[in-house]
Ligand binder design. Structure first.
Ligand code: DGT
Ligand code: CA
Ligand code: CA
Ligand code: ZN
Length: 575
């Protein structure tokens, strides 16, 4: 959609202004417009036609001009000017953890750094460390940041890839001659990032199906268009290229192809070994005994014929899924979720009221939610002082009385401060029905280590759950340097849950950590951290991550009915 494209342009302008050392207000106003565009549900082109652009929050006269300009000629002059002034590789530097716009400007002016490669060279030659305000430590951080960025290069986050892939899948299903179509690959396995999207389709005339596929309107480049396989790219809302592979296979081998292209590669290698041991041959066309076909039409048959249970796709990572206990485990599903327990509202940095969040949650079939706005130290998120919180708790309880059919718990997302203490005193926390404790501030330089801080929070009798325990942002920021084993052990010993934050930019705990927690008997709570009613839909990413961890209903507290859930919370509180 044009909204996303325009949002990207405003973000890019803000980035370039920031590097050029422009007025902070000017930078912020462009970011604000970008955010408004991202949240917009109407097409910005329609709004422009109706003359309603200026009514949008944060959109002033000059922004209206830029939007109109772009709609008319596909360009924004200011962006072109800024780009002409600065080397094209400079904005990429902003994505490196540890590199702020000031440092970028400095490295650019003093050392002529204009790209990530230049920056690497400046680090190696030791010139970067000699710049004023930079030292060995910060240069080490930057070098680590470059490495982190390289590790995430080319991978698209699940929550970006899945909605795009689902739309494409619908389009493939409508192609004449395409009978059944399904997602395969890492996307079907619910992995946190996706290298490319794999779609599998059953049909006889591969060439004709692929010809239509490569002609889809959102295709930006056609990489290949053959008899059985087509590859294209599309542009994601965050401006990156995402590759989509479509394979067309006949009905007799659809199941074998689905098994093969779902992977993972390690899972397939292991499965083929098992086949070979049984004197059989397995490939993407079927399972064979000599020339005899044992299975191929249906995926499950492949496993059955090998004498194995068919593990859910999320488990197929060669992490123990050939063990019958794990393969047969009844994993959690989205339908099992009865509540969302990490929600922000207008009271801090959310965009909807308590009632709006409750009504939207009820429409999803939930029986309860917890409102958990930020605490006072999170000033950039408009965190609440103790007094404001107490008032807010009243308002939440008022809303609970008003909205029927769903229970609203009055909670907080209380910061764990850099010395390990909590942002509210115990008497205030005791007033909340539900407490998420999270680290947001001073992740790299607290007085206490992140592990010590988390252990302190776990020891607090009023803390129900630790929010996004490692603090990572997928593709953007590495996890804090914490000892997850110690945290899991303490959570198990102190009747404290760990969050599996379902926001696709976090997915924290991640799958392997969540599995470790489950194995230690720790209960998980899956919360979306939604800042608007729309984001409640992120629950599914948390659920697929939990499935990858091997979670059943029993492992996840927000599958329980309200009374059982409350009983669990209140045990730690001695109530
Ligand atoms: P991605 O795209 O990097 O997120 O991960 P996948 O798992 O989607 O991998 P992709 O797209 O390269 O290939 C799709 C599936 O095809 C993969 O999960 C397993 C299968 N596959 C690909 N290459 C091989 C291979 O060399 N050996 C075997 N046994 N299977 C493979
Ligand atoms: Ca793939
Ligand atoms: Ca692929
Ligand atoms: Zn948080």
């Amino acid at each position: 959609m044009i909204n996303a494209e325009l949002a990207r342009i405003f973000d890019r302008i803000a980035d370039l202004l920031e590097i050029s050392g422009a007025n902070p207000f000017r930078i912020q106003s462009h970011r604000r417009v970008s955010r408004t565009l991202k949240d917009l549900t109407d097409d910005v082109a329609n709004l422009a036609e109706q003359g309603r652009l200026a009514k949008l929050p944060g959109v002033g006269k000059s922004s209206v001009e830029k939007i109109k300009e772009y709609l008319a000629v596909g360009k924004v002059p200011l962006l072109e000017e800024l780009e002409a002034k600065l080397p094209a590789g400079l904005p990429d530097l902003l994505r490196i953890p540890g590199m702020g716009p000031k440092t970028i400007a400095l490295a650019h002016h003093e050392l002529g750094v204009g790209s990530i490669d230049d920056l690497k060279a400046a680090i190696e030659s030791g010139r970067l460390a000699q710049l004023p305000g930079l030292g060995k430590k910060s240069v080490e951080r930057i070098a680590g940041g470059i490495e982190f960025l390289a590790g995430s290069a080319g991978r698209t986050r699940l929550g970006v890839a899945l909605p795009m892939a689902e739309r494409l899948l619908e389009q493939v299903r409508k192609i004449t001659g395409a009978r059944v179509a399904q997602l395969a690959g890492s996307l079907r396995r619910g992995a946190e990032t996706i290298g490319d999207v794999d779609i599998l389709c059953e049909g006889d005339d591969g060439k004709a199906i692929i010809a239509q596929f490569v002609g889809f309107p959102q295709v930006s480049r056609v990489l290949a268009a053959g008899e059985t396989k087509g590859s294209v790219t599309v542009i994601t809302p965050d401006g990156n290229e995402l590759q989509i592979d479509l394979r067309v296979v006949p009905a007799r081998s659809f199941g074998a192809a689905l098994q093969y292209f779902t992977g993972s590669k390690q899972h397939n290698v292991r499965l083929r070994e098992i086949a070979v041991k049984r004197g059989l041959r397995l490939n993407e066309y079927g399972l064979f005994d000599g020339e005899t076909v044992l299975a191929g039409e249906r995926e499950e048959e492949i496993y059955v014929r090998l004498g194995l249970p068919c593990p859910p796709p999320e488990l197929r990572e060669d992490r123990g899924e050939f063990d019958p206990e794990l393969a047969r485990r009844k994993l959690l599903t989205l339908e099992d979720i009865r509540g969302d327990l990490h929600l922000h509202t207008l009271a801090s940095d959310g965009r909807n009221t308590v009632e709006e969040m409750a009504v939207a949650a009820r429409a999803r079939g939930y029986k309860y939610i917890a409102i958990t706005d930020h605490s006072r130290s999170s000033t950039i998120t408009n965190g609440l002082t103790a007094e404001q919180l107490l008032e807010h708790l009243q308002a939440v309880r008022e809303a609970d009385r008003k909205v029927q059919g769903i229970e609203i718990l009055a909670g907080t997302e209380c910061d764990i401060l850099s010395d390990g203490s909590l942002d509210y005193p115990d008497e205030v926390l005791a007033q909340c029905d539900f407490v998420v404790a999270s680290i947001h501030l001073g992740m790299t330089k607290g007085k206490a280590t992140p592990t010590e801080r988390t252990l302190n929070a776990i020891a607090n009798p009023w803390v129900t759950v630790i929010g996004h325990p490692t603090g990572r942002l997928i593709n953007e920021r590495a996890a804090m340097d914490i000892d997850i084993g110690k945290i899991i052990e303490a959570a198990a010993g102190n009747h404290t849950a760990l969050e599996l934050n379902a926001s696709w930019s976090r997915l924290d705990l991640k799958d392997t950590h969540a599995r470790q927690a489950i194995e230690a008997g720790v209960k998980l709570i899956i919360g979306t951290d939604a800042h608007s009613a729309d984001s409640l839909g992120q629950m599914r990413y948390g659920v697929s991550t939990a499935r990858r961890a091997g979670a059943t209903c029993a492992d996840v507290l927000n599958t329980r009915p309200v009374p059982a859930f409350k009983k669990w919370i209140n045990k730690k509180r001695g109530l």
